[in-house]
Design a binder for this molecule. Structure first.
Ligand code: MC0
Length: 138
């Protein structure tokens, strides 16, 4: 069902500073920047490699407001790994299959994600403490 690791989402206080750090430390470059009002984030995708069905990325996330998922995460835990996102062929079908196992779906229907993707989150409490995202590339 899973094609690859699409991206790791990293919560940060200052997006520009963190982009500069990743670019200078790892030699990766930004390929997309977006504000996603629905998710409450300003984000950048930095390309790492290409894999089956699409690339893999580091996603840097700065909250638009404190009262957002990433804002609350920063207040509680500070900067760091926020979620892991797996590439799937069909996110609707993957939600059906995973939901049937009893894992709680944060999103019952796909939503808009970075770079035109369709995304859905699974509850971290049912995935061993890891906020998990499914990503279908456009
Ligand atoms: C919260 N928890 C986490 C977590 N966020 N555990 C692991 N990783 C995370 N990122 C834990 C808390 O520590 C807490 O555990 C419990 O979940 C409830 O958290 P809360 O602080 O009370 O917050 P809730 O319940 O209001 O919301 C948590 C939930 C939410 C995961 C449901 O953040 C959510 O809906 N996330 C999905 C959307 C999202 O994260 N969007 C931003 C990225 P304890 O043990 O203390 O009770 S958007 C994105 O990434 C897009 C742009 C893209 O990829 O393209």
């Amino acid at each position: 069902m899973l094609l690859r690791i699409d991206h790791v989402g990293i919560a940060c206080e200052n997006l520009e500073e963190k982009i500069a750090f990743y670019e200078s430390t790892f030699g990766v470059t930004v390929v997309s920047r977006e504000v996603n009002e629905e998710q409450g984030v300003k984000e950048a995708m930095l390309h790492v490699a290409d894999g089956e069905g699409g690339g893999s990325y580091i996603q840097l996330l700065e909250p638009l407001h404190p009262d957002t998922p990433v804002g609350k995460f920063l207040a509680k835990r500070g900067e760091g790994l926020h979620h892991v996102a797996y590439g799937v062929t069909d996110v609707t079908q993957a939600l059906q299959v995973i939901g049937d196992t009893g894992v709680r779906l944060i999103d019952k229907q796909p939503r808009h994600g970075a770079m035109g993707s369709s995304i859905a989150f699974l509850h971290p409490k049912d995935v061993g403490g890891v906020l998990t995202e499914l990503v279908q590339s456009p």
